[in-house]
Design a protein around this ligand. Sequence first.
Ligand code: UDP
Length: 236
Amino acid sequence: MEFMKNGKRIDDRLPNELRPIKFEVGALERADGSCYVEHGGNKVIAAVYGPRAVHPRHLQEANRAIIRYRYNMASFSVEERKRPGPDRRSVEISKVSREAIDPVIIKEFYPRSTIDIFVEILQADAGTRSAGINAASVALADAGVPMRGLISSCAVGKVDETVVLDLVKEEDNYGQADMPIAMDVRTGEVTLLQMDGHLTLDEFEQALELGKIGCASIAEMQREALIQKYRGEENE
Ligand code: UDP
């Protein structure tokens, strides 16, 4: 498959360009915090409940809140119908996403509690774990969960020997490498880094730099969406 033509990608973007991204804070009424995200062809909703009592009780921790994260892909979200329910992929993504967000949450404030994060993929076009993490991070802030910073995530990769930012499905599925990252852009701490495929050390460093720039742009959009929502409420 040919990915690059005259320096442009299959969807006409430059190698260092993100897809269009839109955050809607507080999209769900019954969650304590929520966020709907459109990221290119991805449509994702995150709902946060808590801090609240832990069930089953034996999971509770005496001096801090526990964080639970469930990533779920709707059966209608992909081209070929996905069998409903958890599978190895969603269990893995739930685990790495929880670990990506966990470090910024100030868990000591809520002993014996849980903060539950639900991420539902309504439409998928590569980068759904990143879109989910971005939405979850904003939903946590919307819920008023105390955090040291926001986590921002995007994928980088390689197609036709070119390092590119924010892969679409064809680039992700048939390209040479796919590397999702997540980080706290304030501190520079990287909290998720996975890789499918191959990169040379040089390409890896180039990709990481590009990913950090992508995360910084996304962090700005997350911040802006939160400010918009709460500034709006102040004026009501
Ligand atoms: N995908 C699919 N069916 C599946 C899983 C994935 O069609 O059961 C597609 C979907 O568009 C997804 C993409 O493949 O976004 C890449 O999946 P990957 O596992 O790399 O995770 P993601 O990039 O979404 O975080």
